[in-house]
Structures are given as C-alpha cells and as structure tokens.
Design a protein around this ligand. Structure first.
Ligand code: ZN
Ligand code: ZN
Length: 82
C-alpha cells in the first residue's frame, strides 16, 4: 500500500491524497508535477528512478487507510532553483 506522503520533497507544496499533480518514484519519493517536470526532468533525485503519477485513493478507502502525515523535505536534491 502506498504511504501517500503529504507534500512535495522539493518545494513543500501540499499534496493531499486526492491531489491530481502528485508524482512518485518506486520508493515513493513524492513530488509535485511542477518540480517533477521542470526541475527533475522526470527523474527522482534520490534514487534515479522514473517518476509517475500517483494514483488517487478513493475517498471511502481513504477513511480506512489514510495517507501519511509525515512531511519529507529534501530541497537540496532538487537542483539550483531550490
Ligand atoms: Zn514541488
Ligand atoms: Zn526515489
């Protein structure tokens, strides 16, 4: 099951579980679409893997399996613009 981290690692933008612009790598490093495309060119800066759209967990499942509230922020890996 996905952890569903609540924010972008680069810019700290809120990415709630229903965010349509959340992107993740295979380890679930989480970024907003803006950072994923403009800063990271579709590659995770932590593991080098590709970033894909995070699936949206349906609201009824979210009540039973809520997303993480633990924010992860690593702007140093996100290029000079950070
Ligand atoms: Zn971002
Ligand atoms: Zn990664």
């Amino acid at each position: 099951m996905l952890v569903l981290r609540p924010n972008c690692e680069c810019c700290d933008k809120d990415l709630p579980p229903d965010a349509a612009d959340a992107m993740i790598c295979t380890f679930e490093c989480t970024f907003c679409r803006d950072c994923a495309t403009t800063r990271l060119a579709g590659r995770c800066p932590n593991c080098g893997g590709n970033l894909v759209e995070r699936p949206i967990r349906p609201a009824d499942k979210l009540a039973k399996f809520p997303g993480s509230t633990e924010r992860v922020l690593k702007p140093q890996g996100c290029g000079k613009a950070a």
